[in-house]
Design a protein around this ligand. Structure first.
Ligand code: NAD
Length: 497
């Protein structure tokens, strides 16, 4: 069986411990991945440190040219990358292509790095003094990424980090490792010097070594909230800059004046697309008024029961399998809990025919009505194809409900009224908000980040915040006294007057 290896300074290196990488649609092992020990982490950090000085001193325009070529290579090999994403994750080919395209947008944004790194300049900031500030790279930085976007989430991080002059170590999810090595090979083909981008497969052992090593200046993390919190605290304790994006429970508020047919159509994609394994998936529909709820629930139930579930690698399916057996069991367990808690189960994904017929990790679309705030299916991130409907009386009740929730990643309101939209966008305590847009994932030239337990750190992912995250500012003041000028010492604090 093929072994997925690290890429350390361009060299293929096998990790000492191996685990299987499965195809979730069949539950078969398709390859193995070798996981790093501490010695391999240290070797990778050393390789990145070696590559750093020459890359840092390479003009930004030349670094951008590598990104231009990388973008074209990603597009050339898009079908091969998409096939890997679908095979290891379970998502449909169409969905995987969407992921890759959104990832490539970040490479395009990084191509503008000479403009983004331009500093500020003040002539005669003080008497005869010129001051300028610029952005300098941090050094060796690392990214730790989740299973659910094996191409896009790394692309949120490393194109801008590298374009800014850093050396990067990517620790992708060990469940979906192949897209990362494919991207490393394409970067090498694009002309990136060896050691500037490295891929290290691993589990908590490798992550802890990255957290503890003082040569790693910053950590970008995307994954579940407990691990995000651990990375944030561990990284900060070791003096690193950290951005750690965590889990989510995203609500869509449906107002009585919304176009309910449109709301139901878009909710289906937002709740069940990628089998709900998206941090921006809508997992709660908050319906304002019983009439709104009754109509919406009937439409969603009908449309969701018609979704075509099957192997993501085969065309013609709307939704694939969940990533692995334990995750499938976790999602099915939450459906048990919802039923026991008294929520009204209108569509039961545990009873989908594929659950019995296939060895793959399937749970069909699931719809609960009359869910209440105390239920674990409402409180916890399930990360599966389970949509909960909560009924409220008015918009303010919906806003208060969402604001009480632990997570604050994404949310949206369906309405045809500007007043409700404005009240919602003003008062909601969530980082990314849509009005009639159920998945308000910002484009690459804005930044991505939630509030509350969905993000630890100050700067969001990608976009302008990525330039701030992967650089530090230096302010430099120049003074060239005219020859022959005689100056006495000045004992008072320099004030410029
Ligand atoms: P995860 O937290 O289990 O793993 C993420 C990464 O951390 C992986 O690389 C994994 O190897 C590593 N890791 C896991 N446990 C660790 C530990 N104890 N110590 C150190 N490292 C550890 O997340 P996942 O299951 O791969 O991904 C799903 C989660 O990611 C969901 O909670 C989802 O909401 C979240 N997510 C968030 C965003 C966002 O932008 N906020 C985007 C995508 C996914």
């Amino acid at each position: 069986m093929t072994l997925v290896e690290h890429r350390i300074a361009g060299e293929k290196v096998a990790g000492p411990r191996t685990i299987d990488v499965e195809n979730p649609a069949t539950a078969e092992a398709v390859r193995q991945v070798g996981l790093a020990d501490r010695a391999q982490v240290q070797r990778t950090i050393a390789a990145a440190q070696d590559a750093l000085p020459a890359w840092r001193d390479t003009p930004a325009a030349k670094r951008a040219q590598v990104m231009f070529r990388f973008k074209m290579l990603l597009e050339r090999d898009a079908d091969a990358i998409v096939a890997l994403l679908s095979e290891e994750h379970g998502k449909t080919l169409e969905d995987a292509m969407g992921e890759l395209k959104r990832g490539i947008e970040n490479v395009e944004y990084a191509c503008g790095v000479p403009e983004l790194l331009k500093g500020e300049y003040s002539h005669n900031a003080g008497p005869g003094i010129d001051t300028f500030s610029n952005h300098q790279p941090l050094g060796v930085v690392a990214g730790i990424t989740p299973f659910n976007f094996p191409a896009m989430v790394p692309l949120w991080m490393f194109p801008m980090a590298i374009a800014c002059g850093n050396a990067f170590i990517l620790k992708p999810s060990e469940q979906t490792p192949s897209a990362a090595v494919k991207m490393a090979d394409l970067l090498e083909e694009a002309g990136l010097p060896k050691g500037v981008f490295n891929v290290l497969h691993g589990d908590p052992e490798a992550v802890e070594a990255l957290i503890e090593d003082p040569a790693v200046r910053a950590l970008s993390f995307v994954g579940s909230t407990p691990v995000a919190r651990k990375i944030y605290e561990g990284g900060a304790n070791h003096g690193k800059r950290v951005q750690a994006l965590g889990g989510a429970k995203n609500h869509a508020v449906v107002m009585p004046d919304a176009d309910l047919e449109n709301a139901a159509n878009t909710l289906i994609g937002a709740a069940f697309g990628s089998a709900g394994e998206r941090c921006m998936a809508i997992s709660v529909a908050v319906c304002v008024g019983d009439d709104t709820a009754d109509t919406l629930v009937q439409k969603v139930a009908e449309k969701a029961s018609n979704l075509r579930v099957g192997p993501g690698t085969e065309l013609g399916h709307d939704m694939g399998a969940l990533v692995n057996a334990s995750h499938r069991d976790k999602v099915a367990g939450y459906i048990d809990l919802g039923e026991q808690a008294g929520a009204e189960l209108l569509l039961d994904g545990r009873k989908h025919p594929l659950v019995q017929e296939s060895a793959g990790y399937y749970v069909g679309p699931t719809l609960f009505d009359r869910v209440t705030e105390d239920m674990s299916i409402y409180r916890d991130e399930i990360f599966g194809p389970v949509l909960c409907v909560v009924r409220v009386k008015n918009l303010d009740e919906a806003i208060a409900l969402i604001n009480r929730h632990q997570y604050g990643n994404g949310t949206c309101v369906f309405t045809s009224g500007g007043e409700a939209a404005r009240r919602f966008t003003d008062r909601i305590e969530v980082g990314m908000v849509g009005v009639n847009v159920p998945l308000p994932v910002p484009v690459a030239f804005h930044s991505f980040g939630g509030w509350k337990d969905s993000l630890f750190g100050d700067l969001h992912a990608y976009g302008p915040d990525a330039v701030r995250f992967y650089t530090r500012r230096k302010a430099i003041s120049y003074r060239w006294p005219e020859s022959g000028s005689q100056e006495g010492s000045q004992m008072a604090f320099p004030s410029g007057s």
